[in-house]
Write a new protein. Structure first.
Length: 469
């Protein structure tokens, strides 16, 4: 059994405590037709078997992981009340817990003063950040790297904001020279900086972007939806560490607790450094709850009804696993990055594979060595299917071949240093397509570190027995 069930007993005990808070109410008989519910739920369980094993370390594909047990149980507990954090009337305790939890996230970036709240996910959080950016720099363009999440361009279209992309370097990070060329036009109002792209986990050079901000007038929005929590990791490389250490200087930050924050979907968070941007949210509504004169979260969100259960789960998780740089939560992030580095080293030293730039976070990208880009793309898809048949679930990513062509010099230096002449030094590959489909592993579970040998055993067997590279 790989699904954890022990916490269900704890849930029952917690429900008894919750019920004590409502003992003064008249008795209420809640009818639950268990006999009618049973076949429906059992059918649900059967149908849910048609999923990849996201909870298992052999799932190393997309950025999906189960919530930590305390978050799952806290969320379920809150659902017996079903609070709504739009206003204090709808979610009294959960609204306070949201403010406390968001404050802890802000402090992770050294922000003592901020305006922020939880959202339904990173998309909504980025929507709010881009909306505020457009109001702060009206008529100005928003730009992001070509590897930024597609949601930025889509949301700018929804908001009617002009948008442009910036070229990337071979690491998948924003190209500073290309960025400055756009800034020189005077048309740019906001630069989106990626703190971990979803394709490669690439981190944009924030210190260099900040230097440009001192020369040109623009806002900086940090999309840290995926990588934000890695600010706590203790094994980042020097340039990545400098980027995360500079986050306190940006104008807005988005982070997704439902990724590395160990939460159920959906739980995103948006933070603004300037609390005065809250004036843009001002609204009047005759149907809004006003039983209290205290500040409520509905005054600073675009979303109205929002699940208080998400705040309860996040608060409980941060209570159990504080976001301290020397704590268990931070240690788990460091383990994920270590797993990525080890897998990269194995791939880098193997003559059958070509790798991208070394991982900055916990995402590794590679493809099988082949005579041409088109052939490598076909082989990647074969490996993807064959590995899945052995319960190793990877992902596929389509990337520009320039990331790999420009990276060959780095790879050759690596092999010279390690006296390995069997890999890419003599690579003769026909670059017959502009994009290549690569294999991609997101090693976001700390358990991935101890499962690397098994992951490699399966991948090695797939290559030898089925692919014939």
């Amino acid at each position: 059994m790989t699904l954890e069930k022990q916490t269900l007993n704890l849930l029952e005990e917690a429900l008894e405590i919750l019920a004590e808070g409502f003992q003064k109410l008249p008795e209420l008989q809640v009818k639950s037709d268990l006999e009618a519910m049973k076949p429906v739920l059992l059918e649900v369980a059967k149908r849910m078997q048609d999923n990849f094993p996201y909870h298992h370390p052999l799932y190393a594909g997309q950025m999906i992981k189960p919530p930590v047990p305390v978050a799952r149980i806290a969320y379920m507990l809150a659902m017996w009340i079903n609070p709504n954090n739009h206003a204090l009337d709808g979610g009294r305790a959960s609204s306070v817990m949201e403010k406390e939890a968001v404050n802890e996230i802000a402090r992770m970036f050294d922000w003592e003063s901020h305006l922020g709240h939880l959202c339904s996910g990173g998309t909504m959080a980025n929507l709010e950040a881009l909306w505020i950016a457009s109001l702060q720099r009206p008529g100005k363009k928003i730009i992001a790297s070509s590897q930024a999440h597609y949601t930025h361009q889509r949301l700018c279209g929804v908001l009617g904001i002009p948008f442009s992309t910036v070229e990337c370097d071979y690491r998948g990070s924003i190209d500073i020279n290309a960025l400055e060329n756009l800034l020189e036009t005077g048309e740019v109002g906001t630069v989106v900086v990626n703190m971990g792209t979803t394709s490669m986990g690439a981190v944009d050079p924030l210190p260099e972007v900040l230097q440009l901000q001192s020369k040109y007038d623009f806002r900086i929005h940090a999309d840290a939806a995926y990588g934000g929590y890695f600010t706590l990791a203790d094994n980042l490389d020097v340039s990545t560490r400098k980027a995360f250490d500079s986050l306190s200087l940006v104008d807005s930050i988005v982070i997704d607790p439902h990724k590395h924050g160990l939460q159920p979907y959906g739980c995103g968070c948006v933070l603004f450094k300037d609390v005065s941007v809250g004036t843009h949210y001002k609204h009047d509504s005759p149907c809004t709850y006003f039983s209290s004169d205290d500040f409520h979260l509905g005054e600073i969100t675009l979303e109205c009804s929002r699940p208080g259960a998400a705040a309860v789960a996040l608060w409980a998780t941060q209570k159990l696993l504080p976001m301290d740089k020397d704590g268990e939560f931070a240690g788990n992030l460091s383990q994920s990055r270590e797993a990525a580095l080890i897998l990269f080293e194995k791939l880098q030293a193997d003559k059958r594979f070509i790798t991208a730039f070394p991982p900055q976070l916990d995402i590794v990208v590679w493809f099988p060595k082949a005579k041409s880009v088109s052939e490598a793309t076909k082989l990647s898809k074969i490996i993807f299917e064959k590995a899945a048949s052995q319960n190793l679930h990877l992902a596929l990513a389509q990337l520009p071949i320039e990331f790999f062509k420009d990276n060959l010099e780095y790879q050759n230096k690596y092999q010279d240093k390690n006296k390995n002449k069997n890999n890419n030094n003599n690579l003769n590959m026909e670059w017959d397509e502009e994009y290549i489909t690569c294999l991609r592993s997101c090693l976001m579970k700390p358990e991935h570190l101890e499962w690397l040998d098994e992951i490699w055993r399966i991948l090695d067997g797939v290559m030898d027995d089925n692919v014939g590279v």
